[in-house]
Design a protein around this ligand. Structure first.
Ligand code: PA5
Length: 367
């Protein structure tokens, strides 16, 4: 990444990102520590999922209901299922479920807090339609509802921000799909993902200086720019979305993101005059999941918009969850460094909290 500014003088420059005391001061909620612990989190989640009574018949369809930092677990499952599942897998983000939901549906409800209004409303609809419910949550109303209905519940560790609990949520959601035959046996894949997360933490963590740390370099390139993030293959597409939402919440910035090759058919027009000084392109490539022609497509679009030196991160080899782990670790570290570089505390999400509080007051519900 030759475009990384070796800029120690700017407020968010390398001097800040390489000063461990300053990092600690600017990250009082220890989001960097949370990101670094993702591998351990995945292993704990695997044990929790294995202890839950998830086995059941092959459903006609799997629907994953969840929002935000929880809902992305549905995107992950859909991406993993894409090449292997004989039944459709759909991630739903909102209050309503599709009309086809019925007794043949496996409804995976995922909410870290267990109190998200949209998810709870969707669950009520799914139960009324006769869907089989599995809940993944750290508690709240969702846990109570699952228990009262005798539905399987994977109780995940609480106390984190939902987006910092990605692997606590992804592993049980995927395990629930494995237990009904939608995904093949998963244990080795989760272990490979956990190892990949540990390796990425060692390569991208705070102790690794900017000169050798691609996540810090990416954060410096994104300072004061609009990130345009494209991901290839089903897994790269999920990672691009994660990069966007992590930049939104950890760095409090807007981001444009999209999947390739779809972005070649629309997004590219917004870059017709080139990236200019205000934008930076990030490519998250899962080459294993790409079509044979995607490499050429990517070269063609880079040439067309004159983007000679985008930020590029590749997912490497191995099973899907391990490849996803490498890309999400990059997204999680880079977005947290970006927040720290911008001088914002990565952890709190005040505006989001404010919106939820306003809606809870309006409805009188504690959601
Ligand atoms: O990242 C976040 O905090 C949000 O996107 C939440 O995940 C979202 O609001 C849903 O809440 P929960 O994950 O508790 O269901």
């Amino acid at each position: 990444m030759s475009g990384a500014p070796p800029d120690g003088s700017r407020p968010g420059g390398a001097s800040v990102l390489d000063d461990l005391r300053e990092l600690g001061r600017r990250d009082p909620g220890d989001m960097l520590g949370e990101v670094a612990g993702a591998g351990g989190q995945a292993r704990v989640a695997l044990r929790a999922a294995q202890a839950a009574p998830l086995v059941g018949p092959l459903p006609e369809v799997v629907v994953v209901a969840g929002m935000g930092g929880s809902g992305i677990a549905g995107d992950v499952l859909a991406a993993l299922a894409f090449g292997v599942s004989s039944v459709p897998v759909l991630a739903v983000k909102g209050d309503r479920l599709p009309a086809f939901v019925g007794p043949g549906t496996l409804l995976l409800a995922v909410s870290y807090s267990g109190n998200t209004a949209e998810t709870l409303t969707a669950v009520e609809q799914g139960l009324a339609a006769g869907a089989r419910l599995v809940a993944v949550t750290s508690g709240g109303a969702l846990a109570e509802l699952a228990q009262s209905r005798g539905a399987p519940l994977v109780a995940v560790e609480g106390g984190r921000m939902p987006r910092a609990a990605l692997w606590s949520l992804v592993v049980p959601v995927c395990s629930a799909a494995e237990a009904v035959g939608v995904l093949p046996p998963l244990t080795d894949e989760v272990c490979a993902a956990a190892d990949a997360l540990d390796e990425e933490a060692a390569a991208l963590g705070p102790a690794v200086e900017t000169a050798a740390n691609p996540a810090k370099q990416a954060a410096l390139r994104l300072l004061d720019r609009l990130p345009v993030v494209w991901g290839s293959g089903p897994i790269g597409a999920v990672a691009a979305s994660r990069f966007r939402t992590q930049c939104n919440e950890n760095a409090k910035v807007s981001v444009v993101s999209g999947p390739l090759p779809e972005a070649n058919h629309n997004d590219v027009m917004g870059l017709e005059g080139g990236l200019g000084p205000g934008r930076e392109l990030v490519l998250l490539r899962d080459e294993v999941g790409e079509h044979d022609r995607d490499g050429r497509r990517i070269q063609a679009v880079l040439k067309a918009i004159g983007a000679g030196d985008p930020v590029v991160r590749t997912a490497g080899k191995g099973p899907g969850l391990a490849r996803l782990a490498r890309l999400t670790a990059f997204a999680d570290f880079a977005s947290t460094y970006l927040g720290i570089g911008r001088g914002v505390d990565p952890t709190p999400i005040r505006t989001l909290d404010q919106v939820k509080a306003a809606l809870a007051t309006e409805s009188g519900a504690p959601r």
